[in-house]
Design a protein around this ligand. Sequence first.
Ligand code: HEC
Length: 473
Amino acid sequence: MYKAIICFFLFLNVLACGDKPDQSLTYQTYCAGCHGKNLEGTTSGSALIRPEYKSQSANDSISQAISEGVAGTTMIAWGKLLKADEINGLTEYILQAQDQPLSTSVSDTPSTLVTENYQLLVEPVVASGLSTPWGIEFITADRILISEKPGSLRWIINGNLDPDTIKGLPETHLMSSTGGFMDIALDPVYDQNGWIYLAYSHTNGDMKDRDALALTKVVRGRIVGMTWTDQQTLFEVPDSLMVVRGNRWGCRLLFDDEGYLYFTIGDMAQAMDSQDPAKATGKVFRIHPDGSIPEDNPFLDRRGALGAVYTLGNRNVQGLAIHPSTREIWSTDHGPKGGDEINILRKGLNYGWPVITYGVDYTDEIISTQTHQEGMVQPVWYWTPSIGVCAAEFCSSPLFPLWENDLLVGSLVFQELHRLVVNDDQVQHTELLIKGLGRIRDLKFSPDGSLYLVMNDPDRILRITPQSILHPL
Ligand code: HEC
């Protein structure tokens, strides 16, 4: 009983009431500045959550690095400043963090999260009934369209998921684990013309055939009542350019200020074809909203090239976002192990996959020993180990003035939401905002300024708003 009361008072003092309440405090005091509040790493120090720290022998290498420092870096020998039991405590703290989701999980009830600038309120908008939601679009703050990977579109109206799906949609080839309906986009003048753009895995063959030739297709249509109508094909390739049993279909959609539509197709495991403008895999494309090819597209004059190609050497672009002030297009490219990238997409450039990469393949085979080559663009940022980057969005929401122009990036396998403070082409600071709530497939700011996350495993929609400001700039 006394212990409970003491715990309660310690708790009031904002001290964790565990056996060793000060490890976390020591870490936050001395280490978080460089290695991140949640051990996620910053531009000044590496991430301390890493696969090799799950091994038995990690204990020694961690405590040695802490007490003796890392020569040639800003990691000093903390053995001179901290006591032996403090170093042991920090080692234990780092080891324990390897398995734990860093933030509390969100149930069906709202919860709060403490981040550098804001205390955030995280609320489930739709907690059940969705089937692998993929893309989100806001007609208004209260009328939201969702695509679902198994091949449906449906409405969320005033926070309620419509149990009925839209009828008359194209059939999609679901025979690969990653294929199906992908992103949706609204026409820049949707209010006037009603066009909705949709990307999905398509075959001209048998939908049930695992070995059918297939590739990503982009169409537009209108939803009248609850029916998809007026469909027009904007981009598809002949069977000769399709792939059997491919993976990595893309496909994110984005309109720029001039009304061009960009879309992405992943390498479909045909890595080298990413370098060939005559092949449709491993590229970013640019077309007019009606599917016609812009006259100044970069490969139009190249014999055999696909006129819609805008950039080459993109492994699997899963996020596209326009910088609020420079108006340039930034992309996230889902890399192999260790090769997730952020790039700024510029017309006609080659982003290097698979000739240059920071990644190794999932089998740990080295793909390329090169990270640089002339004529190939270096990423603005990359993650080692990779986090499974997916959607990205810049913040220009009046609700989050302290995040103005910051890039938010969601991840699938690591279940993380990162905030990157960027300046020109440089990432100046990173913060891990969320971890362990599920795979983040898409994210977007609502017209009301709140941030929506489209989650998989579990499938749900979360809404994030600031509850209070913790650290004004
Ligand atoms: C001034 C920034 C800074 C601070 C503060 C700092 N570190 Fe480091 N730490 C580094 C750098 C730089 C490295 C070398 C690896 C890298 O390049 O990121 C490193 C390496 C490490 C490593 C070895 C990982 C590796 O990459 O081999 C561990 C473990 C570590 N730090 C733990 C800590 C702990 C615990 C504290 C707090 C007592 C701490 N660090 C404080 C910058 C810092």
